[in-house]
Design a protein around this ligand. Structure first.
Ligand code: G1P
Length: 357
């Protein structure tokens, strides 16, 4: 069985963070979202992975994943180019997949349980496809499945006005290669995309059976800043904490803290977990890092109060202000304006930023 990891898309909902890099490399608990998917494949015993790249952030993804050996997998890159829909992206992997069964995962999704349960369930039966489902509150925003009492999929519909259930497709699919001929027959949906949900419905219409697996642990599509913060909370919640770095005497460290071996918490700083602090970062005296914060690599935080936030990295934050519920891009400098007249906020803010002052 092979893996097909979809890593295209424009990341428009994560601007300005995605002006300078692909959404799949935004870190959650100091690990790029895409890496969670790679680890899920590996855990499910799938090590031959095709990564489908869009136009945006291609080089960055290739640079990060390399040939996969660092992650214990073997990666082949496939270029989709323009984003014409999930089915189009999957269709681009046809030569790579050949006659094998395969599992497709969306590169910007994270889920607690990984993918092995769906993969095992698909492997055990005689199916042409398998889908992972989860109950959602807003079914009109997803692909939705109508499933009978025995879990057999009856009908699938993409973003329905009148949802037949609240069971959403969560972007993990197992397929036999029969799906490729069907993808070639698809025509664009109302949103101009080739929908994998439509391809699955055609499979059903032709009498193929589609397995379904309801995922009970959390699942997060990290498309929006608030999703990144929530995914960060959910992942940090699972961490048991591991301190390899330096905690100076006089620093107050409570709860579960991941501290990289080259990171330092100085005398007079307070860190209250769950928190993750990456390589080369220094938390200076007078700083408070509160629960559900991830501070990226090579950053200095001095005197600030940070809580429930993701600092991507290479940043210098010396403001005495409070930073909460924030996603702060790479290379950001935030300093104090105290005592400088005229009083007021001094901002140099990139395109498509969102501020709450
Ligand atoms: C896509 C799929 C949809 C699925 C969703 C999961 O939607 O088309 O069926 O429920 O991913 O995240 P999109 O993110 O393209 O709106």
């Amino acid at each position: 069985m092979k893996g097909v990891l979809l890593s295209g898309g424009t990341g428009s909902r994560l601007r300005p963070i995605t002006h300078t890099g692909p959404k799949q490399l935004v870190p959650v608990a100091n690990k790029p979202v895409l890496q969670y998917a790679i680890e899920d494949f590996k855990e499910a015993g799938i090590t031959e992975i095709g990564v489908v790249l869009g136009n945006k952030g291609r080089e960055e993804v290739q640079q990060f994943l390399g040939d996969g050996s660092e992650f214990g997998v073997d990666i082949t890159y496939i270029v989709q180019g323009n984003p014409l829909g999930l089915a189009h992206a999957i269709g681009c992997a046809r030569d790579f997949v050949g006659d094998d069964d395969f599992v497709t995962v969306l590169g910007d999704n994270i889920l607690k349980q990984g993918i092995h349960e769906l993969v095992d369930s698909y492997r055990e039966g005689e199916y042409s496809a398998g889908i992972a489902l989860q109950e959602v509150d807003n079914p009109h925003q997803f692909g939705i499945a109508d499933v009978d009492d025995r879990g057999t999929v009856q009908h699938l519909v993409e973003k329905p006005d009148d949802p037949p259930s609240n069971l959403a497709l969560i972007g993990i699919y197992a397929f036999s290669p029969v799906i490729f001929d069907i993808i070639e027959e698809l025509t664009p949906s109302w949103r101009g995309e080739l929908e994998i949900t439509d391809a699955l419905q055609i499979l059903l219409d032709r009498g193929h059976s589609v397995d379904s697996h309801v995922v009970t642990g959390w699942w997060k599509d990290t498309g929006k800043p608030e999703d990144i913060l929530e995914a960060n909370r959910l992942v940090l919640e699972q961490h048991s904490g591991s301190v390899s770095g330096t905690i100076e005497s006089g620093a107050e460290v409570q709860g579960r803290v991941d501290l990289h071996e080259t990171a330092t918490i100085r005398d007079g700083a307070v860190v209250r977990g769950p928190v993750s602090i990456a390589a080369g970062t220094v938390i200076e005296s007078g700083t408070y890092i509160g629960p559900y914060s991830s501070i990226g690599a090579d950053s200095t935080i001095e005197g600030a109060h940070i809580e429930n936030s993701v600092i991507v990295g290479e940043s210098k934050i010396t403001t005495t202000g409070k930073i909460v519920d924030s996603l702060i891009g790479r290379g950001t400098n935030i300093e104090s304006a105290d005592g400088i007249l005229p009083e007021g906020r001094r901002l140099v803010v990139g395109e498509n930023s969102k501020l709450k002052l």
